[in-house]
Design a protein around this ligand. Structure first.
Ligand SMILES: C[S@@+](CC[C@H](N)C(=O)[O-])C[C@H]1O[C@@H](n2cnc3c(N)ncnc32)[C@H](O)[C@@H]1O
Length: 281
């Protein structure tokens, strides 16, 4: 059972095993994106310059550490893994850090939080793949998205679907979303349905062939993926890109310049940058 699932039969106070995956701070977003589809949601902590990702499992279904380190090694992330019995009420732990996030007119909330009048409601189950809106990279994209005029949108690497669903909530249409992970595609479809919005989501690897046309592209990936995807963009009017550290923005700008796109606004948060690139006149 996914420890982050909001429904399930485990007793909240039952003793669980906490698996802690320690990675470099710069690798945290990639590590979460890689592990979330396999392990569900996690708690993220920064301790002494290292990011610790806590995943909870029932004693009989603890994920194999070697598989976790292999999955991270495949994406170039080194890690240390520790396990400990944990009498913690993991649901309470998850609830304590999955708080509602408000960005402009949007309010993103986990399913157990009530709606708020006057804000555009968006429910994301944190157990369902990367992207509750809390991570600095997602938050930065949302801050840039809320100011964009409505139009066709393509979300590359949709994860839980948070950005695509937010775009649809803000009136953008049509909204297409792609991800190379089947679990992310399923999560986006489920979350779009739960939010009553229309998102055309497909399993697709970006960076291999021309991408669908869209006025606005959302891409919260890694620098490597963003650079690989850039040549396949279909003349978007604007791109909101994130998943890069502050010092990587120049490399990203170089990759998008041949597409006629230049950086016009940057949101910096916790060392991460989300950048709006716009097509020149
Ligand atoms: C950091 S998560 C972002 C999720 C969500 N868009 C957000 O902002 O919270 C990156 C997502 O991109 C997907 N991804 C990575 N490389 C990709 C590629 N080349 N093509 C399609 N999806 C990709 C991953 O599976 C993951 O779901």
């Amino acid at each position: 059972m996914s420890p982050a699932s909001s429904s399930g039969s485990a007793t909240p106070s039952a003793e669980l095993v906490r698996l802690t995956v320690a990675v470099a701070v710069d690798d945290a977003a990639l590590a979460v994106a890689t592990l979330a589809p396999r392990l569900g949601g996690c708690r993220e902590r920064e301790v002494a310059g290292t990011t610790l990702l806590d995943f909870w499992s029932a004693p009989g279904s603890v994920p194999d550490s070697a598989r976790i380190s292999d999955a991270l090694a495949d994406v170039g992330v080194a890690c240390r893994i520790g396990a400990a019995d944990d009498p913690v009420d993991w649901r309470a732990a998850l609830r304590s850090f999955h708080r509602p996030v408000e960005v402009g007119p949007l309010r993103l909330r986990p399913p157990w939080e009530p709606t708020t009048p006057d804000l555009l409601d968006l429910v994301i189950d944190p157990g369902m793949a990367f992207g509750t809106g809390q991570h600095a990279t997602t938050h930065g994209c949302l801050e840039l998205l809320v100011d964009r005029p409505p139009g066709p949108v393509l979300d590359i690497g949709c994860g839980s679907g948070v950005l695509a669903i937010a775009a649809a909530r803000l009136g953008h249409a049509p909204v297409r979303a792609i991800d190379n992970d089947p679990e992310a595609v399923a999560a986006t479809a489920a979350n779009a349905a739960a939010n009553g919005v229309s998102v055309d989501v497909r399993l697709e690897v970006a960076g291999a062939e021309p991408l669908p046309a869209a006025a606005l592209v959302l891409a919260n990936l890694t620098l490597t993926d963003l650079v690989a995807v850039a040549p396949f963009l279909h003349a978007p009017g604007a791109v909101i890109a994130s998943g890069v550290r502050d010092h990587e923005v120049a490399v990203l700008a170089d990759a998008l310049a041949p597409r006629g796109l230049a950086a016009s606004r940057t949101v910096a948060r916790d060392g991460w940058a989300a950048v709006l690139f716009e097509a020149g006149p």
